[in-house]
Design a protein around this ligand. Structure first.
Ligand code: GLP
Length: 239
């Protein structure tokens, strides 16, 4: 694990350079993308680099980590909407090559097809991750099997609480999501995890220094051969 502690702005700038290096060497790279407030700064940097003519997404294929069950892509809190709004609409990516799991009529059987699609695309070159306050990655909540593929999950109360800020009330937060499994994530050739703020400090300390533990899904990243963690000082404060 490589650990970079810097301001949110600088983390985004440094990580954006990793994307530029990847896309320069492999313009048709397969990107694993994430939602949440954490990657927004990075997406702004990538858009700025695209506008400056430094990178292109023309040949890129992308697979997002997760989606809420029950929300269509038109719903402003759906992760498809987020990706279009925060990144895809502002760069030259071919939307047909962007994939966000479908939250409608989803079953575990259908969800597992997502892994097959990723495999057929050549596997993920660079997977971006945020982290939940409880150490979840994507929506793989504490207790999730480490060898799981894309599946439907029930969100924990703490995740519903953390994500209610995006909805009118906690009752509007979908109770289930479809998300890449931990095995799917670990299969990526390179992983970048970003974590900002005090709320993430405890989870990050356990993920980095603790034992590999089902109850802290992010701790599995200790076993990944090429994982870089970007944190601000607050997220790193319990290390
Ligand atoms: C959600 C997403 C995760 C994300 C997490 C943290 O639960 N499914 O992928 O990492 O929120 O969100 P934020 O970046 O807003 O703190």
């Amino acid at each position: 694990m490589k650990i970079i502690i810097n301001s949110k702005e600088n983390c985004a700038k440094i990580a954006a350079r990793e994307y530029a290096a990847l896309l320069t060497g492999k313009p048709n790279a397969v990107l694993g993308l994430a939602t949440g407030s954490t990657p927004e700064e990075l997406y702004k940097e990538l858009i700025a680099m695209y506008n400056a003519g430094e990178i292109s997404f023309k040949q890129v294929t992308s697979y997002n980590l997760d989606e809420y069950v029950g929300l269509t892509g038109e719903h402003p809190q759906s992760y498809r909407y987020f990706m279009d709004d925060k990144l895809f609409n502002h760069v030259d990516i071919n939307k047909d090559n962007t994939h966000v799991p479908c939250g409608i009529d989803m079953t575990n059987e259908k969800a597992a097809q997502y892994d097959k699609e990723i495999e057929a695309a050549g596997g993920i070159d660079l997977q971006l991750l945020g982290v939940g306050n409880n150490g979840h990655i994507a929506f793989n909540e504490p207790g999730t099997a480490l060898d799981g593929v894309t599946h439907v999950v029930e969100l924990t109360q703490s995740t519903l609480e953390a994500n209610k800020r995006f909805f009118d009330s906690i009752d509007d937060v979908p109770t289930h999501a479809v998300c890449m499994g931990i095995k799917t994530i670990m299969n990526a050739r390179k992983i970048i995890l970003m974590a900002y703020g005090k709320n993430k400090a405890e989870a990050m300390a356990k993920a980095i220094k603790g034992k590999i533990d089902l109850d802290v899904p992010a701790s599995i990243l200790q076993l990944h051969p090429d994982c870089t963690i970007y944190m601000d000082a607050e997220a790193a404060s319990a290390l």
